[in-house]
Each structure stands twice: as structure tokens, then as C-alpha cells.
Write a protein that binds this ligand. Structure first.
Ligand SMILES: C[S@@+](CC[C@H](N)C(=O)[O-])C[C@H]1O[C@@H](n2cnc3c(N)ncnc32)[C@H](O)[C@@H]1O
Length: 210
């Protein structure tokens, strides 16, 4: 068994040329991107949401895609070139240590990605670090209905499959508060459903950096 980052990169390198949809929610339509915004998509995958953000942010704005999969970033670059977008860049980085400067972004989005981290508290600290004061995040993700058993959480392949890293809702929301966000809202929430070997729900959440 390799490291978690290896398992995630391997899984998503494999999916990066596939013609399939990977996400669990809809952060982008609720993100309210304005002209001139600096935007970040954490776990940008093939870059489709990122490119839509870059288009709305316009030439005075910018959009950064962060991902750990080289294959995903290659596909995302190709998609950016097809659209002749010059206000985008892609950063290969783990979410727990985002290779972007402090107080950079007006908006951070993420779709079905943060559940891949076993240190989500750190990821949320990083979201707070890269957002400007008053900036906001809109994130779609899953939470687990009950704590995920250690035998699944310790299996990198199961975490890479988008379920075994999930936190329970109370812990998820506590991470946001601990990271210094306010006006936290749940914009959308599903009913519980089965994913892998556990029961989860999807939600889209929003918060503002104090
Ligand atoms: C389920 S896909 C979602 C892709 C895209 N957001 C979408 O909605 O189509 C998750 C993406 O997050 C990336 N990812 C997962 N864990 C990551 C981590 N710890 N650091 C950086 N990227 C990660 C994967 O490589 C993959 O591209």
C-alpha cells in the first residue's frame, strides 16, 4: 500500500482522460463570481468549474486550479488553451499545504475533494489563509452519517475513492469555525445515501473569512 497522496494521484491520473463526471455537488453556480475576482478551485480536476470562474472573473480577475493529479492538470491546461483563457494557472499541490500565497483570493470553491483529506482541519486552515478578509468559500462535499471505522480510514484506496476520509457533520462544521469563518450556511443538503461501505450525505456550504 502506498501513501494516501500516491493513491489519490494514481486514481485521478487514471480518470483524467475519461469522459465522466466526478463531482458530488454544485459549488460553482452558488459562488457568485464577480468581474475582477481572484478565484481558487481546490481539487479542480479537469478544470471545468475553474474555467467558468476565469470567464466570469474576466481579464482583471484570475483563477487558480489546485490539484494533486498531474493527469488532471494536463487535461485542465488543454481545456484552458481551447478557450484561449490567459487568466488561469494550475498549481500541483496537496490541500493540506496549498502552494499559494496568503490573502490572495476573493473566492475559493471546491467540489467533492476535501473528503479525500485525513487532516481536514488543516485544509480549512489553509482555505482561511489564502482567502482575503471578507472573501468567501463555497464548497460541495460529503460528510459521513457515523464516524468512519479506522479500518476504512487507514486504507488509502478507500479514501481515494471519495468516501473513507469523510468526517461527521458536526466535526466538519467545527473545522470551519476553528478556521475562523463566520456566517456559515448550508446552501444544499442531500438525504443520506450509501457510498462505498458507509452512509454519507452531500452538502454545499458557504462561509466568510472574518
Ligand atoms: C472527485 S474529483 C473532483 C474534480 C472536480 N472538482 C469536479 O467537480 O469535477 C477530486 C479531485 O481532487 C483532487 N484531489 C483529491 N485529493 C487531493 C488532495 N489531497 N490534494 C490535492 N488534490 C486532491 C483529485 O486529484 C481530483 O482531481
Amino acid at each position: 500500500m502506498g501513501t494516501l497522496s500516491d493513491s489519490i494521484a494514481k486514481r485521478y491520473d487514471g480518470l483524467s482522460k475519461a469522459d465522466c463526471c466526478l463531482s458530488c455537488g454544485g459549488a460553482f453556480p452558488l459562488a457568485e463570481i464577480r468581474s475582477g475576482d481572484v478565484c481558487v478551485d481546490l481539487g479542480c480536476g479537469k478544470g471545468l468549474d475553474l474555467l467558468r470562474m476565469a470567464t466570469l472573473a474576466g481579464p482583471k480577475g484570475f483563477a487558480y486550479g489546485v490539484d494533486i493529479s498531474t493527469g488532471m492538470m494536463e487535461t485542465a491546461w488543454q481545456n484552458a488553451k481551447k478557450l484561449n483563457l490567459e487568466n488561469v494557472d494550475f498549481v500541483r499541490s496537496e490541500l493540506e499545504n496549498i502552494q499559494l500565497e496568503d490573502d490572495l483570493a476573493n473566492v475559493v470553491i471546491s467540489n467533492c475533494t476535501i473528503n479525500h483529506s485525513l487532516d481536514q482541519a488543516k485544509v480549512w486552515q489553509e482555505v482561511g489563509r489564502i482567502l482575503k478578509k471578507g472573501g468567501h468559500f463555497v464548497v460541495s462535499d460529503i460528510y459521513s452519517i457515523k464516524p468512519v471505522p479506522a479500518q476504512y480510514r487507514s486504507n488509502p484506496d478507500m479514501v481515494a475513492e471519495c468516501w473513507a476520509g469523510a468526517e461527521v457533520k458536526e466535526k466538519y462544521l467545527q473545522n470551519l469555525i476553528d478556521a475562523g469563518f463566520e456566517k456559515i450556511e448550508i446552501l444544499e443538503e442531500s438525504r443520506p445515501y450509501q457510498k462505498g461501505k458507509i452512509e454519507v450525505a452531500s452538502f454545499t456550504i458557504k462561509g466568510i473569512k472574518k
